[in-house]
Design a protein around this ligand. Structure first.
Ligand SMILES: [Zn+2]
Length: 235
């Protein structure tokens, strides 16, 4: 089934970026030269990312300058007529997005990293949060709040990449059944597994509220608590 219709600019962008090759960089200028008339380069990258393309920009990868991109992985080849899945983060409104991020404490529900923090094992890269699906849409997952969670871009990419070395299931089960803190912790862990995300505990919730205070008040609350910690620990 072929068509003589000229490729849409989205598909021409995909064709150009694929031609760059995985592991290589390209600039915004090169993209504009290769695909005359294309607008909103960043928006195009976002569309492709939703189709499994891994394209770093300077926000995720500090080794890049603001006009550079790095193609890490080619996704669905819409330029070759591969079908675009019904992913559509389009269904997730700004308000919903903010609600989910707030609910999840602005931290990745997979690896726990907070927005804007550097990855402990990859300090050159800072976490950007996105909204991911617990059950992927391709497998019938909905856009309802309970199926959504905050995920860092890295975990969100890896979620689609089964080649990332998975842990041993028996080890995970053994660690889970022997978790410290007794039945209460075990039940909490089970609850997280059922929900597919971590719920914030009392301590995390208080910390989040604390971190929203202006710096002076933060210092004040911190120091007052500090006094109590010292007092209690010397009793
Ligand atoms: Zn993560």
């Amino acid at each position: 089934m072929t068509t003589d219709r000229p490729l849409s600019s989205g598909r021409r962008v995909a064709a150009f970026i694929a031609s760059v090759g995985e592991g290589n960089r390209f600039t915004k200028m090169e993209l504009f030269e290769a695909v005359p008339g294309v607008a909103q380069a960043d928006r195009r990258m976002r569309d492709l990312r939703e189709m499994g393309w891994q394209i770093d920009n300077y926000k995720i990868n500090p080794n890049l300058s603001p006009d550079q991109y790095l193609l890490r992985k080619v996704g669905i080849r819409i330029d070759r007529g591969e079908r675009r899945p019904a992913t559509a983060r389009r269904g997730i409104t700004g308000a919903k997005r903010r609600r989910i991020l707030e609910r999840d404490g602005r931290a990745c529900q997979v690896c726990g990293i907070a927005a804007g923090h550097a990855f402990p094992d990859e300090p050159s890269r800072t976490a950007t949060l996105t909204i991911g699906h617990v059950i992927p849409r391709e497998r019938g997952g909905s856009d309802n709040d309970e199926n959504l969670r905050a995920e860092c871009q890295r975990c969100n990419d890896e979620a689609r990449d089964v080649t990332v070395n998975p842990p041993d299931p028996e080890e995970v089960f053994t660690a889970a059944r022997n978790v410290k803190g007794g039945l209460k912790k075990k039940a909490e862990l089970y609850g997280w597994m059922l929900a597919g995300r971590r719920e914030l505990g009392d301590v995390e919730r208080i910390f989040l509220d604390w971190s929203k205070l202006p710096i002076e008040q933060r210092r004040d609350v911190r120091d007052r608590l500090g006094l109590e910690v010292v007092k209690d620990s010397t009793k």
